[in-house]
Design a protein around this ligand. Structure first.
Ligand code: BV8
Length: 252
């Protein structure tokens, strides 16, 4: 059944604030593998070794080499048409806030202006010893494995939230502020099983928002979504924006 873009556009009509909540499926069409599902990252790599603090301390060089390879992959990518459409949506609604689980930075790179990165950013690092504020480091060829702090000589770590680690308090606050009064939340390309991130779409629903899911298959969000548009982010988002503009054009 073709996605019901008319119904989605009706739900979005008149929205003052839209939250765009995304997961790895949002970047799949730009060539970044998802974590779960066929060929997913966690089928080929050990989350225990590469996405926990214990794994990092056990072998920091291995974690840095893995992240360097992902930096090189991301650096060469072009955000697909779905990302461009999301940026266009910022001109169609008074406020659009992006809350992403992704660490690839593609939302900001494609023009999203308000982005909350719940799980960090692959282009940021921080000193593990000093546990200080992260800084931008966009190198795709790292000087050494693992990297060390110029200031104290301690280990540098990726500014990525690993399993078993708390999310950054400010990001949690910003995500709560985003969903507490949004009119619609678009939930795009997430399996919605990693918490606390996966709790935000339901929180938005409980606060009265309409939930529109965009995914290639049902997820735990499907049962409470007001509408599910089944298709890829790269196909669905541009088609949705075309429908939004058509209705806007009619209204003008
Ligand atoms: C926390 C960074 C507490 C890594 C990630 C036992 C022990 C320890 C913890 C737990 C435990 N049990 C539960 C937990 C909590 C745990 C958790 O939820 N685990 C899950 C697996 C059960 N959560 C945590 O550990 C979090 N921290 O709880 O801390 C705490 C509190 C206070 C003090 C101390 C501790 C931290 C979670 C963050 C982990 N980091 N990533 C890295 O990238 O290097 S998680 C990883 O999963 C990514 O961030 C990813 O974004 C996230 C969610 O996955 P998705 O984005 O949804 O991607 P996925 O592949 O799963 O799904 C893709 C979807 O896209 C699918 O639905 C697919 O159908 C769809 N799709 C595919 N193609 C397309 C598409 N859609 C559209 N278009 C397409 N073309």
């Amino acid at each position: 059944m073709a996605p019901d873009y008319e119904r989605a556009a009706e739900m979005l009509e008149g929205a003052r604030k839209v939250v765009v909540f995304t997961g790895a499926g949002m970047s799949k069409d730009s060539g970044i593998d998802t974590f779960r599902g066929p060929g997913g990252i966690w089928e080929r790599f050990s989350a225990q070794d590469l996405a926990t603090y214990e794994g990092f301390i056990r072998d920091p060089a291995k974690v840095w080499m893995w992240n360097e390879a992902r930096r090189q992959q991301v650096a060469g990518l072009t955000p697909h048409a779905g990302y461009v459409s999301l940026a266009e949506m910022e001109g169609l609604f008074p406020q659009v806030v992006t809350v992403t689980q992704n660490i690839d930075g593609l939302h900001a790179r494609s023009g999203a202006s308000q982005v909350v990165e719940l799980h960090g950013n692959i282009w940021k690092v921080r000193c593990d010893a000093e546990d200080n504020e992260p800084w931008l480091d966009e190198r795709t060829e790292l000087p050494e494995y693992p990297m060390h702090c110029d200031n104290c000589g301690g280990l540098l770590r990726p500014h990525i939230v690993w399993f078993g680690e708390p999310l950054d308090r400010k990001d949690i606050l910003d995500a709560n502020l985003a969903v507490e009064d949004c009119d619609v939340i678009l939930v795009i390309g997430t399996s919605a099983i990693v918490y606390p991130a996966a709790g935000f779409p339901l929180l938005a629903k409980q606060r009265g928002a309409k939930v529109i899911e965009i995914n290639i298959e049902p997820t735990p969000v499907t049962e409470y979504a007001d509408l599910s548009l089944f298709g890829t982010a790269e196909e669905v988002l541009p088609a949705l924006v075309v429908e939004l503009k058509r209705r806007k054009g009619d209204g003008d």
